[in-house]
Every structure is written in C-alpha cells, then in structure tokens.
Design a protein around this ligand. Sequence first.
Ligand SMILES: Nc1nc2c(ncn2[C@@H]2O[C@H](COP(=O)(O)OP(=O)(O)OP(=O)(O)O)[C@@H](O)[C@H]2O)c(=O)[nH]1
Length: 309
Amino acid sequence: MQPHQPTGNIIEFDTSRMSSLEQVPSPFHVPRPASVAELHRQLGQQLQTSLEADRLLGIFLTAVRALVPVSGLSYRHGPTDLRLELGEAAPHRTRYHLNHLGESIGELVFQRSTRFDDFELHQLEALLPCLLFPLRNALLYRAALLDALRDPLTGAGNRVAMQQTLTREVELARRHGQPLSVLMLDMDHFKSINDRFGHPCGDEVLKAVTTRLKSQLRNVDMVFRYGGEEFLVLLSNTPEKSAALVGQRLCQAVNSMEFCSHDGHLPLTVSMGCASYRVPETLDALLARADSALYQAKRNGRNQMRLAV
Ligand SMILES: Nc1nc2c(ncn2[C@@H]2O[C@H](COP(=O)(O)OP(=O)(O)OP(=O)(O)O)[C@@H](O)[C@H]2O)c(=O)[nH]1
C-alpha cells in the first residue's frame, strides 16, 4: 500500500438513508450493545449544544473514537469555503459526501494508518445520522454570519466586517509590532460610468473590480467595500515598501481590465492611498492618513497610488 495514498470508500450519504440505516441490522448481525445506544443518545444531546461546525466535529470525533480508532477527521464545505482538520492526518481514508434534500452539506473524511474494515465502516455510518442536522444548522448559522459581514453586491467584506477586522489587526500590530498596511481605493469618474452606461452596468463594474482586486492578492489579504465605489484592502504583516508595490500592481490590474458594455470598451481606473501602521496611532488616525493620501492621488490626476505621510 502506498503511504499517503487516499484509500477507502466513497459513500454518498443522504438524509433519505437515515431511517434505513437505523433499521437495517449490522451486516455481521452483531446486536448493538446498550453502551452504543447510550453513545448515540449522548452524542445526539451533545450535538445540540453548539452551532459552531468545528465544535460539533470535535464532539463527533470524540464519540467516533469510542467505537472506532480514528486518527483524524477532515471536513470541507465548498459553498461557504469551510475547511476543518481535526486530529492527525493519516494515509487510509474513508470519505462521505453528506447531502440533505439534494444539497451538499459537505464532505467528511476519516483517516488513520490502517485500513478500515467493513464492521468499522458500518459503525461510522451508524453514527453519521446524528451529525447531519446539527451540521446543517451550523452551516446555516455560518452562512447567516457571513451574510451579515459581506457586501451583497460584490461579496467583499462590508463596513461592519472592516471595522471589526481592522480593530483586531491594529491591536495585534500595536502589541506585537507586526507591520500592517492599508490601501484605500476609490474608482475614478465612477459617476460618469453610471451616467453613460446605466446603474446596472456600474454594478457590474463594481463586481468585476472586486474580483480583479482579489485575484491580485494573497489569501490572507482582505478586501472591504466601505462606501459606494470605495474599497479598503487590508494587508496584514506587510510593511510600507511591499504595500506600495501591491498598490501599484492593483492600479495596473484595474487599468488593464477589459470591461465591455453594450456600448463598447470601458476604461477603468482607481486612485489609492497607502498607509502603514505607526505605533501608537489609533485606527482612525491610520485611516485618516490613508484617506488624505487617496485625496492627493485624486488631486494629482487619478489612476495612481500615493503614500501617506
Ligand atoms: N452602480 C452603482 N453606483 C454606485 C453605487 N454606490 C455608489 N455609486 C455611485 O458612485 C458615484 C460616485 O461618484 P463621485 O463620488 O462623484 O465620484 P466619481 O464620479 O468616481 O469621481 P472621482 O472619485 O472624483 O474620480 C455616484 O454616482 C454614486 O451614485 C452602487 O452600488 N452601484
């Protein structure tokens, strides 16, 4: 057997199978011991205690380990970009796609260093129904939280998210001396895009620019829409020199966008102000410096970045 080679079963698991799983006896006709029934009951209760997916999976893994030796568990839910890893990764894997009424509620992978046998797989599958509804509720909760922090048009972080994140980042920068930079961006002559091509076209431009900005950034960098055509890019652990390079790259990236409306090609540009955190300034002071650098960029002819003083 090749190490680190995913092996095991891939099973489509659906709520429609829940009742049949409860009723069908083990393929080995092993009567379920009272302690297993008790484990199910306790697990069901414990899974009611949280709406956090990582907490639920932690509870679930503990219960699983009472029946089947498992080194680690990984979980992935594409639509909300949620990935969780618990315990230790190992080469032998068994994988379950969890579905509810045709909607994916993620993929669960159990891992360990030796192969799972059929009886163990049966035990895992008997526990999975306990997880299904709590996990689905956790995903709904997560989606609601994400929606509350996201700008509905562009999918960028909204003002609330920006305030929360920046407050935390400035605190970290102050306490640990980590570099932190922000880029304040404003689309140039955006009003004329709306006026000439219509508001829906302006909306499409905002979406396309957000996608373009994100495509130029690292995963850890964050884009927020804090006003109509104004964005803030947060570059954590980034000193001024690197932030300035990123800023220039973003200016060029927007400028080279091929955005076409029914009336032809639309030239797009942004102006931006770049400010890096200086201990012990406040968040408001940092933003004020970025804003005045942005103002300088506008006054200087737009389509450029200016460093804050
Ligand atoms: N389509 C669309 N337009 C928006 C949205 N939010 C704000 N705007 C428009 O953005 C425009 C901003 O105009 P201004 O503040 O004058 O700025 P500008 O035309 O970009 O000019 P400069 O910033 O000086 O280069 C206004 O026309 C707003 O109506 C939105 O969600 N969608």
